[in-house]
Write a protein that binds this ligand. Structure first.
Ligand code: ZN
Length: 367
């Protein structure tokens, strides 16, 4: 009896150490706890980004979007970088939108957002990039970053649900968008991939759609982890779109792969490369509906897939060397995208539809 009491006390103290449960015969899986020396808490991460912005009001601004449905509320912080000029000048610049932390267990991606903001503020520097070339790359860009799209889900991970990827009420935010929403594959996981009660049922997705449609970006990147990949549309079918925009995305991802991934990142359509089709994803919506000519999903860290249920380790680097090298590598990739991407876009075109003029009309069939 005393032994059982001791065991229950241990369970209460260390809920993330599943080996204790395993010892009790309750489960087989070991779960590596979050490395708090490397990873910020969501509260610290948000505070750190806000104070960076406040120290550099000439270049950075921050705002928090709020939305809610049926008693479920979400806050989404957005950071905007403009080297010069006002919001009214945005129309004449190349606009880039980056989303991080859509899946809550992928803790490394908001850390990358923080690193990008630090570099944009020039408080941190990217190895191999000097001040002049950074400024040259950034002068005609407006960059919006959403460092932590799924804050409610992230709080669940921090409370010990290390495998949680959905939002605060069980919806996969990368299945909640309005392109091919709700279709299910044979291997569909009804828990992990629950797409919500309808497209855009979730406040987080509503906010992201509002940001995207009002900002009207030329480049979108949805940053995830679990693989090493530079994906382009589509996620819901195993092919890429037709047309000039698609050719440009392919050329760009192949160049980034060659220079920064040593050819080891997966490229091509997410649906063809990842091993399963995904329906209702953000990147497919950005491309098909918001008409973002360069829409990508980057997967920044491939953990060991054989680590059954050890989710922190499957989706995130656990040691400092790997943590730093992942952040450096993907900062280099994103800044290379900032540099190369605008060359692929006709800045003087008032109509981004030009990029799509050869797109097969069938892309609308499934909307
Ligand atoms: Zn993900």
């Amino acid at each position: 009896m005393a032994g059982l009491f001791l065991l229950l006390s241990l369970l209460a103290c260390f809920p993330s150490f599943s080996f204790v449960y395993a010892a009790a015969g309750l489960t087989q899986h070991f779960q590596t706890p979050i490395n708090r020396d490397l990873y910020h808490s969501s509260t610290d991460l948000i505070e750190k980004i806000k104070s960076l912005v406040h120290r550099h009001p000439d270049k950075l601004t921050v705002e928090t979007h709020k939305s809610g449905t049926e008693g479920y509320n979400a806050d989404v912080m957005v950071v905007t970088y403009r080297q010069s000029g006002k919001q009214s000048d945005d129309r004449s610049k190349i606009r880039i939108l980056l989303g991080f932390g859509q899946h809550s267990r992928e803790l490394i991606t908001p850390e990358l957002a923080l690193r990008i903001v630090s570099i944009l503020s020039e408080e941190q520097f990217l190895p191999g990039m000097d001040h002049a070339s950074l400024n040259g790359t950034l002068e005609n860009l407006v960059i919006k970053l959403v460092p932590l799209e799924n804050l409610n889900g992230r709080k669940l991970v921090e409370a010990g649900d290390l495998c949680e990827r959905r939002n605060g009420r069980g919806v996969d935010l990368n299945r909640n968008w309005g392109v091919d929403w709700g279709r299910k594959e044979k291997n569909y996981d009804p828990v992990e991939e629950y797409p919500g009660t309808g497209p855009f049922s979730e406040p987080e997705t509503q906010i992201m759609r509002e940001i995207a449609t009002s900002f009207n970006p030329h480049i979108w990147v949805n940053v995830h982890s679990g693989s090493a990949a530079l994906f382009m549309p589509y996620d819901h079918k195993n092919s890429t779109p037709d047309g000039v925009a698609s050719q440009r995305m392919r050329a760009l991802t192949e160049e980034l792969n060659k220079v920064h991934c040593h050819g080891r990142c997966k490229t091509g359509s997410g649906g063809a490369s990842v091993g399963y089709l995904a329906h209702g994803t953000a990147t497919d919506y950005m491309y098909d509906v918001v008409r973002v000519p360069m829409s990508f999903t980057f997967e920044i860290f491939a953990g060991d897939k054989t680590l059954n249920e050890d989710c922190f380790k499957m989706f995130n680097p656990v040691d400092q060397t790997t943590f730093e090298s992942v952040l450096n590598q993907w900062c280099a990739i994103l800044f290379a995208l900032f540099k190369l991407g605008p060359h692929e876009i006709d800045v003087h075109s008032t109509n981004m539809e030009n990029c799509f003029d050869q797109v097969d009309n069938q892309v609308y069939d499934h909307l």
